[in-house]
Design a protein around this ligand. Sequence first.
Ligand SMILES: O=C(O)CCC(=O)C(=O)O
Ligand SMILES: [Fe+2]
Length: 322
Amino acid sequence: MFEQLDFGIFHGASKAERDEFCRRLVSELRHYGFVKLINHGVPLEDVNKAFETSRNFFQLPLSEKLKSPHPPTANPHRGFSPIGLENISTISNYGSASTMPLLKDMKESYDIGSDNDPIYKNIWPPAGLYDSFQTNFTSFFASCYEVELVILDAISIGLGLPTQTLRLLHQTQANELRLTHYPSVSRDAFVDSTRIAAHTDFGTITLLFQDNVGGLEMESPPNSGKFIPINSGGQGECILNVGDCLEMWTGLRSARHRVHLPDPSIHPKGSDDAIMERFSIAYFAKPDRTAILRPLQQTVEYGQQYLTANEFQHMRIQGTYA
Ligand SMILES: O=C(O)CCC(=O)C(=O)O
Ligand SMILES: [Fe+2]
């Protein structure tokens, strides 16, 4: 299983210790595609406030939540999506020979972009409904972006690339923040549905914060169809995972993951038919839309055609919205 690393070492240590830390980070990401970070730089009080704000929003009546709706198409990824609108399983099998059945996702979510995004505007709850939602998530987004850039530096160093290599591909803030609420459902519902079906993330890296309910799992070994639990260390811990774009650039592993039934120690079978609700907050760091997805460390064959990050994003997202 992957490690929990103290990101404080990146800031506090000598150059030799820092470089060693970066190599360990990259080695975990190459092998597992996941690592847990503490002292990552997003203050715990900001994470707690973000969870509280998310809980308050999802508690509103559906009619209120639908006042800032996600558009009916997959793009732009902004606003509130009720249960049933998005089904990840329709794209999960992209690029793999998996025979996983199509499962429905039992989740509702809210997508937020950067206020500096030059193309897509945010969709916020209307004034007077829940005004601190916009303030809190605008500032949480900014903290995540700052931390993203530092983590990208650490990954560049660990790969033996110039420190700013990845940072320079992330200047326009095409990033997305996603709040997800998985409502309480009966255990029986998991027969033909899930919380989020197995998938890889499309972007560069994801910073994931989860409550302590559990149920997040990663595929291990790769392409085995076997999933192992990623236990929750609480809201102070950040799970860092590699997305498809970073895999294409560097060969680090974009691992499939999903959220299914929580840990049986929290929900012993038969003791309770209702599975507890769960909240998560995922920040998807995405490349600048014009960035070209080709290996950063190999000689590029002359004349080979590579996709831009924008073309890839559109390709991956097709079909996820009902
Ligand atoms: O809710 C979670 O813990 C994971 C969500 C996820 O993997 C995603 O939205 O891409
Ligand atoms: Fe994901």
